[in-house]
Design a protein around this ligand. Structure first.
Ligand code: KG4
Ligand code: ZN
Length: 336
């Protein structure tokens, strides 16, 4: 079969990223421009600032991505773009740029769900082994998903309140750490022990998750200790939180793997960059005699390579988008 080259664009939050992806797997060119330092000054992503920066940077990111590769736009088979979920203003910049490229270079357009992109980040270095269990953990999502084949998603459970990444970011703020909180909480936790006694939410037989109780208990604990002029052992608190949050993921993953129907366990989303989470899930996979797939660190957080990987099965099925494609801030993970 002829090689397929997809030009992919991601701009759903605070990264402007583009990639040229061959056959859904091989990364021919890859650029990520992060706005993290700007948003860190505000303690989180400011949507208006994010979309403005995407607009300023998107042409430069395009030029750089083309310049780094021997693949010219003539050789590209389709333009793929993240159209949902995410920040509306940010998504729109990428969607409009993708439409313009598709129009100018006369290429088909492929609309990709950002969260499905995170799942397909695992296809960049590996083949997916179905049926698989996917743990999707990001700033906006915490889902446990069964996949029987490409683009076949059965949601077994989701968070009932906060996403795990959101909880990491809020706890980081309480501990006085910079945005994005996840990596900073992990760094601090390395110096501590899980000595604080925290609640174990949703200790039940469902596949759902809950993180807001855990977050609130930390807020209360910090306020109480401050009122009593007690010292807070920040590294121990970070370690206790990380242990409790990941413990909940471990319980639900073990529950799902109990019946032995899965060929593989995969991690997806920004929180899968956590070395602690990766280590704990590796142990579970070994105990269940199945492989664990985790994306390379550079494909864990938002990037366009994963969008090119997720667009490939849609290309093979001729599932193209119209020029009236619009961005959507909310969209569940659905089979197409
Ligand atoms: O997937 P992502 O880049 O953006 C969304 O689609 O949400 O995920 C970002 C989230 C943030 O909440 C960030 O704090 C979290 O991933 N994160 C981590 C780590 N690295 C990133 N959380 C825990 N430990 C990490 N090492
Ligand atoms: Zn993401």
């Amino acid at each position: 079969m002829k090689d397929v080259y997809i030009f992919a664009i991601e701009s759903s939050c605070d990264e402007t990223s583009m990639a040229i992806v061959k056959n859904g797997k091989e990364i021919e060119s890859f650029t990520v421009l992060t706005q993290m330092d700007t948003h860190a000054k505000f303690g989180g992503v400011v949507p208006e600032v994010a979309s403005r920066m995407h607009t300023e940077n998107i042409t430069m990111v395009f030029q750089e991505t083309i310049a780094k590769s021997s693949i010219s736009m003539d050789r590209i088979d389709a333009i793929a773009v993240t159209y949902a979920p995410g920040l509306l203003g940010s998504l729109l910049v990428g969607v409009e740029f993708a439409k313009t490229l598709a129009l100018v270079y006369k290429k088909p357009l492929i609309a990709v769900n950002h969260m499905i992109g995170h799942i397909y980040a695992n296809r960049i270095d590996n083949d997916l082994k179905f049926p698989l269990l996917a743990l999707v953990v990001s700033g906006g999502h915490t889902d446990l998903i069964k996949m029987n084949k490409d683009y076949d998603f059965q949601i077994l459970g989701s968070t009932l309140d906060d996403a795990i990444g959101e909880a990491f970011d809020k706890v980081a703020r309480i501990l006085g750490l910079q945005y994005p909180g996840g990596p900073n909480v992990e760094r601090l936790a390395l110096q501590g022990q899980p000595t604080y006694d925290l609640p174990k939410p949703l200790n039940d037989s469902s596949y759902n998750f809950s993180f807001s109780g855990l977050k609130s208990s930390i807020i209360n604990l910090v306020h109480n200790e401050q009122q009593r002029h007690h010292e807070i052992r920040k590294s121990d608190l970070a370690c206790s939180f990380q242990t409790a949050a990941v413990d909940q993921l471990k319980r639900k993953v073990k529950l799902a793997l109990k019946n032995g129907e899965y060929q593989e366990l995969i991690l997806a989303g920004g929180v899968s960059a956590s070395r602690y989470l990766r280590h704990e899930m590796e142990e579970i996979a070994i105990n269940h005699h199945i492989p664990l797939s985790v994306p390379d660190f550079k494909y864990c957080t938002d990037n366009a390579a994963m969008i090119g990987a997720a667009a490939y099965p849609l290309f093979l099925n001729h599932q193209f988008a119209d020029f009236n494609l619009n961005a959507q801030s909310n969209l569940p993970i659905t089979s197409k």
